[in-house]
Design a protein around this ligand. Structure first.
Ligand code: PXP
Length: 240
């Protein structure tokens, strides 16, 4: 059955905006699991702009589903992953200036190095997922690394400006999914998925897990607003 990994990075973005202790992503993970999350995903970025190492260590102890650590394929990150041992690692490309992960990993151009990184992690029994665009060359190279999973980048599908182009991008994802499965890779997908565009991707045969963050955190802020204000009114009156 298709599962949902909830990416809680932007709970940490809100905390870091004030360099304070709230909202705590650990509490958000507990609530996400209560809501039915099948997994918790966090991206420990090199610049630590949202998730901190402390968060990943605590999540390792508190997450009851599974913990997916997204990270760049650097030796600093590999050392952290080998120490914390998430349930799986998703390798992503990372540029300091980007607002969010921009494209898929170039497996073809970095095959030898990525083979080594996948081996370092999987030898320690941490399965690896490679975040890639749905292109045959990248899929074939991914299979060569022996990684267990790929995560198909759904950003182009999500950003497609109209229904026709979106249908084309969906078709590419479908073909990518089929190709990955034929190569023995397990398939996840994510990036830019929302309440409005998720359903067709969820219907792709063989898809295992969707990793979704921004749209869920955005909705959580809005559906909680009324209650949060009501509670502050009570606090002002000394009633909480
Ligand atoms: N998957 C990967 C590999 C990502 O880098 C991200 C963004 O951190 C996501 C999924 C979630 O994307 P979004 O926040 O747009 O749902």
């Amino acid at each position: 059955m298709l599962t949902l990994g909830v990416n809680i990075d932007h709970v940490a973005t809100l905390r870091q905006a004030r360099q304070t202790v709230e909202p705590d992503p650990i509490a958000a993970a507990v609530l996400a699991e209560l809501g039915g999350a099948d997994g918790i995903t966090v991206h420990l970025r090199e610049d630590r702009r949202h998730i901190q190492e402390r968060d990943v260590r605590l999540l390792r102890q508190t997450v009851r589903t599974h913990l997916n650590l997204e990270m760049a394929a650097t030796q600093e990150m590999v050392a952290i992953a080998l120490d914390i041992k998430p349930d799986y690692v998703t390798l992503v490309p990372e540029k300091r200036q980007e607002v969010t992960t921009e494209g898929g990993l170039d497996i073809v151009g970095n095959l030898d190095y990525l083979c080594r990184v996948v081996d370092q992690l999987q030898s320690a029994e941490i399965p690896v997922s490679l975040f890639i665009d749905a292109e045959n060359s990248q899929l074939e190279a991914s299979a060569k690394t022996q990684a267990k999973f790929i995560e198909l980048h759904t950003g182009k599908y999500a950003d497609a400006p109209n229904g026709t182009l979106q249908a084309k991008e969906l078709e590419l994802l479908k073909l990518g999914c089929e190709k990955a499965l034929s190569l023995g890779l397990r398939v996840n997908a994510g990036h830019g998925l929302t309440y409005w565009n998720v359903y067709p991707v969820a219907g792709l045969p063989g898809m295992e897990e969707l990793n979704i963050g921004h749209t869920i955190i955005s909705r959580a802020v809005l559906v909680g607003m009324e209650r949060a204000v009501r509670e502050m009114k009570l606090a002002i009156r000394g009633q909480v």
